[in-house]
Design a protein. Structure first.
Length: 351
């Protein structure tokens, strides 16, 4: 069974509510229809009700089982405004400014998840990452015992020799431009946790570089090597059952024959299923290359380390991609307290 099919099966046993702030976007409407039809839970669309209905009618999409909420007309707007104003008071935010923010669907959707009125958040089909991430970081923030919020792409390629039967987790491809050693280690551990949660196998994590174990001496390669050692230590402390190795060139990480020649004593043996990139340039470029050149199914960006499950999808996503991301976010929500102990307990504005 292909990866996303197994994710959908898991979510069908524990349906979840996913809020889609881009309610009138055709790809989102198509994904929401599929989400409900597959019995994955309740899709919540944000936006002007008339516009959403007009777009759905033009596409012959039934809105049965789909809830539409206009933030500007919601009964929750006053409550959400007070919560957001209290949350950002130390930044000088006034009540009127809070209200102006909350009528924007991304802010309203983030608050719905923060207030447990939705189980997960998926946005980004026609907006920049900044427009999606800013409300999430202002309202939801990072999970307890977590210091780094990042993201990963889940790639499903045709060639099952790569990754875990064709599935690769790639991080960070969307949030941290130039991660420190500590941040790289956190990204590696968080991505390993998600891979273990979704695949049910031991993650094999490669921290990537242009060098394999000192084949080229450079500070950036040394940073990756240090991050690999720190990730292994932190994973052990968190009882994350995974293998970590680095610095590794990508062919050493993915091709057993090459790994046997370059690094015969390596931990991963060319069978990595999680790839951690040294910076955002390499991660973002590589993920888009894999997606388009290999025609891979790409699900992401799945956000890691936040207090609630959320995703910032690519503007190049199609309806199938959006559905897959929503299913992954929903499955995260089922056991989010296991991924991030203590997550989701405090509401916005609470000390």
């Amino acid at each position: 069974m292909r990866f996303i099919g197994s994710v959908i099966e898991k979510l069908q046993r524990h349906p979840k509510r996913i809020v889609f702030p881009e309610g009138a976007e055709p790809r989102v409407l198509q994904a929401a229809r599929q989400y409900y039809s597959l019995s994955l839970g309740a899709p919540l669309l944000l936006g002007d009700r008339s516009r959403v209905k007009e777009t759905a009618a033009a596409l012959s999409i039934s809105l049965e089982g789909i809830r539409i909420i206009n933030p500007a007309e919601s009964d929750e707007l006053d409550n959400f405004t007070r919560r957001f104003e209290a949350l950002r008071r130390h930044q000088g935010l006034k009540e009127l400014e809070a209200r102006e923010a909350l009528v924007q669907p991304n802010y309203f959707g983030a608050m719905m998840v923060a207030m447990h009125q939705a189980d997960g958040f998926v946005s980004g089909t026609n907006q920049s990452s900044g427009a999606v991430l800013r409300p999430l970081f202002q309202i939801i923030k990072v999970a307890p015992q977590t210091t780094t919020a990042s993201s990963c792409m889940v790639m499903e390629v045709e060639d099952s020799r790569f990754g875990e039967n064709g599935v690769l987790f790639m991080a960070d491809c969307g949030v941290i431009a130039d991660p420190t050693v500590e941040q790289l280690a956190d990204i590696a551990v968080s991505t390993a946790q998600l891979a273990r949660h979704l695949l049910g196998v031991r993650p094999r994590v490669a921290l990537l570089s242009f060098s394999t174990k000192g084949s080229f001496v450079h500070p950036s390669a040394g940073r990756v090597q240090a991050a690999a050692a720190l990730a292994a230590k932190r994973a052990q402390e968190k009882r994350v059952d995974a293998d970590f190795d680095g610095e590794l060139q990508v062919d050493t990480a993915l091709v057993p024959d090459i790994a046997a020649r370059k690094l015969p004593e390596g931990k991963l043996g060319g069978r990595a299923n999680v790839l951690i990139f040294p910076d955002l340039n390499s991660g973002n470029i590589a993920s888009k290359l894999v997606r388009h050149i290999s025609r891979a199914n790409a699900y992401g960006q799945i956000l890691l380390g936040l207090d609630r499950p959320a995703a910032d999808v690519s503007r190049g996503s199609n309806a199938h991609d959006v559905l897959g991301v929503a299913a992954i976010v929903g499955v995260q929500a089922v056991d989010y307290h296991i991924l991030y102990p203590g997550a989701g307990q405090k509401l916005p504005g609470e000390e």
